[in-house]
Design a protein around this ligand. Structure first.
Ligand SMILES: *Cc1c(COP(=O)(O)O)cnc(C)c1O
Length: 370
């Protein structure tokens, strides 16, 4: 059967290059040396891509989607005597709270409005007044596309002597992050976001001196980050349980393509340019962005649904899918919104073509005169 391809304008899984898809045509043996070398090289490349010092940091891949990685991190790092401060302004911040609840961790949850950037101004007092030993926040909150200020929160963690954890799921690989300056102890991301691989595993970048302290903390066997790290170190790239071999191979290709593109700063530039084309083009057509420009990330953009009785998200979605684009519904209750991502193997021309299709929808279906 001939499959119809369309561009995924969603925040992962996303559109991957044909090379990334093609390298998955080979089968690998998980305990074979050739495969383990591939894994070790990938772990090193993950760090190098983000400018994390390989003497200070180690990258530990974990089977499962991004949430499995966040759960492994929280479950394996926070001890009974610790306290975690969760700073949240969206669905993914809230998910960390759910994880902490189920894992029975001692935590404090502070929720900011979905359109408030978590930065020095909004969070300084909260951090200073908290007894937490560890602080976690989401870098790019994919719920809206808002970009939280990890530079300022990292600095506050350093001054107040707290361990800093980051969910950089939808930003690592697409937005530069300074590990040293921000004093990041743990950072989690996954294979199917800005590095532009396919879904199947997450990875946690850990300070070596910090992961060494995490033995026997996890109450989960399969999500024990310390054990995963220890086995991978001792057995030179061996995953504890079945490894997503094809996904790993595709990810290595994706890392190579990130390097070919010119690294994270260049990819950030492409994403930013595409986001600008998208948001300006949409505003010209009559759509409104939800998040103010100065705190908007280049990853995903939230728009208000048009107020028009002929409009329904489902029709709009189906229309665009026929045109070759898949967009994303909104996820804030009570808000009439939708989202368009621009991460992945997406070019300027794709954005322009998308805008043409949206214009077609607004004139033909909604009857707007542009
Ligand atoms: C994608 C994402 C996750 C993980 O979601 P999965 O569906 O488990 O991959 C976590 N946090 C953020 C900010 C994300 O964008």
């Amino acid at each position: 059967m001939e499959e119809k391809h369309y561009k995924l304008l969603t925040p992962g899984p996303l559109s991957t290059s044909s090379r990334v898809k093609n390298v998955m045509l080979k089968d690998w043996c998980t305990w074979d040396n050739e495969y383990k070398e591939l894994v070790q090289n990938m772990r090193k490349k993950i760090l190098e891509a983000g400018g994390a010092d390989t003497d200070v940091y180690t990258a530990v891949p974990m089977q499962g989607s991004g949430t499995f990685g966040v759960e492994a991190m929280i479950g394996s790092v926070i001890k009974d005597e610790d306290k975690l401060l969760i700073l949240s302004n969206g669905v993914y911040g809230k998910r960390i709270k759910e994880i902490a609840d189920i894992a029975n961790k001692n935590y404090e949850y502070i929720e900011f409005s979905y359109d408030t950037c978590i930065d020095k101004k909004s969070a300084k007092k909260v951090i200073e007044n908290s007894m937490a030993t560890h602080i976690v926040l989401v870098h790019c909150e994919t719920t809206t596309g808002i970009l939280n200020n990890i530079d300022e929160i990292g600095e506050l963690c350093k001054i107040n002597n707290r361990v800093f954890l980051v969910d950089a799921m939808s930003s690592y690989g697409g937005i530069p992050i300074d590990f040293e300056k921000n004093n990041i102890a743990f950072l989690v991301s996954s294979s199917n976001k800005c590095i532009q691989g396919v879904p199947g595993f997450s990875f946690i970048i850990c300070k070596k001196e910090a992961i060494k302290e995490c033995k026997n903390i996890s109450h989960s066997l399969s999500l024990d980050l310390y054990d995963q790290w220890e086995v991978m170190e001792k057995d030179c790239g061996k995953w504890r349980y079945t490894s997503p071999t094809h996904v790993v191979r595709a990810f290595c290709q994706a890392l190579e393509e990130l390097e070919d593109e010119g690294g994270i700063t260049k990819r950030y530039k492409r994403y930013s340019e595409n986001q600008k084309i998208l948001s300006e083009g949409m505003e010209k057509l009559g759509f409104k962005c939800l998040i103010p420009k100065n705190i908007q990330s280049p990853v995903i953009t939230t728009f208000q649904n048009p107020k028009n009785e002929k409009y329904s998200f489902k029709d709009f979605y189906d229309f665009l899918k026929k045109e070759g684009f898949v967009i994303y519904p909104g996820s804030i209750s009570g808000k009439n919104i939708f989202r368009i991502g621009n991460i992945g193997d997406i070019k300027k021309e794709d954005m322009e073509k998308l805008l043409k299709s949206i214009e077609k929808y607004t004139t033909e279906v909604l009857g707007w005169k542009n």
